[in-house]
Each structure stands twice: as C-alpha cells, then as structure tokens.
Design a protein around this ligand. Structure first.
Ligand SMILES: [Fe+2]
Length: 187
C-alpha cells in the first residue's frame, strides 16, 4: 500500500452521503451473499460494476469472475452522488487511469472489521490498481497487510493491490468510510 497525497475537498461527499442514507446497501451482494463474507459487517454503496441484472444469488462468485462480462457500467445511484462522480473523474485524470472498473463506497462501523482475505476474481485481477480515498477516518483505524499497518486521516488517498491477504480494523468510535476504485493504469 502506498500513500499518494491528501485531498482536502471530501466534506461535500460526506454531506451528500449524509443526506441520502437510503443508498446504503441498495446492492448488498458483497456483504451478504458470500458465505461467511469477510465484509459481513460492512455497508456498501455500489456505483459502477457489472450489470446487476446478471447477478445470480445461487452462484454469487460468477458475478465478479466472468472474463466476458463488462464491469464498466455506472449504476443509477452514481448520478445521485455528483461530488463522488466528480472525485472519481478527477482521479482518472490525476492517477493516469486507462480502464475504470468497479467503484464503491464502503463503511465499517465502530468496533467492527473487514476480516483477512484475498480478492480473487477476474475483476479483482484485471483491474489490478486499487485506489482508496478515506472519506471519514480516525487514527484508531488501520488497513493492514502482513507486517504492514496503514493509518490515515480523512482525505488521504492510497494505492494498493488486493492480491495479498489484507484486512481493515476500525477500533475507533466513528464509522470508517472509504471510496474504493478498481482500475488499470496506463503502463
Ligand atoms: Fe479486499
């Protein structure tokens, strides 16, 4: 994991999330449909991924793992979050992104965690450059790999890969909210 820089203009994003609490978990496939999901205590807002009409709850693994699928579809929810969309489009330019895959906002409640896992799927492997913009954070939270613990403040932007085992701890008393982007950078 690598710290890129601090971005100061994240408050308008938190405000538009605060004003639309109904958007959380509209799509809950990542947190609820995989047995014993490492993300089971997490809430998501999915903005961009494969057409949700293709999701089969009897075979949830297939959804992220089809090399013939198109993972570059904006969901309607994204247009209800214009500051998030502006931020993503800015990152496409500043981070030299060539292909933009899945995008989501995720929230870990106080005292909960994302359990150790490796993201193994076609989508996770093809869109190998992951970006995390911490929208709400605290120094009592950490994104961890074996031997690495990355703490941050709201507005901190990181690059990471998720093909090594990783987990996220929230030992603070506020939710940890992150914008996650899966991409392929120009080489
Ligand atoms: Fe992960």
């Amino acid at each position: 994991m690598r710290f890129i820089r601090h971005i100061s203009a994240t408050q308008p994003i938190l405000d538009e999330l605060d004003n639309q609490p109904e958007l959380w978990n509209f799509y809950n496939f990542r947190t609820q449909f995989y047995p014993n999901s490492p993300h089971r205590y997490v809430s998501d807002i999915w903005l961009r991924y494969r057409d949700y009409a293709d999701f089969n709850k009897d075979d949830p693994v297939e959804f992220g793992n089809n090399p013939d699928a198109n993972y570059e579809n904006w969901y309607g929810i994204a247009y209800l979050l214009p500051h998030v969309m502006q931020m993503i489009h800015n990152l496409v330019i500043t981070e030299n992104i060539e292909r933009l895959g899945g995008c989501l906002i995720t929230k870990i409640p106080p005292g909960k965690m994302v359990y150790p896992h490796v993201d193994k799927s076609y989508h996770a492997e093809f869109y190998k450059d992951k970006y995390l913009l911490l929208l709400q954070g605290d120094i009592q939270q950490a994104f961890c790999f074996d031997g690495e613990m990355h703490k941050g403040n709201a507005g901190d932007l990181f690059w990471f890969e998720n093909q090594s085992e990783h987990w996220v701890e929230n030992n603070s008393d506020i939710p940890r909210i992150s914008l996650l982007i899966a991409a392929r950078n120009k080489e």
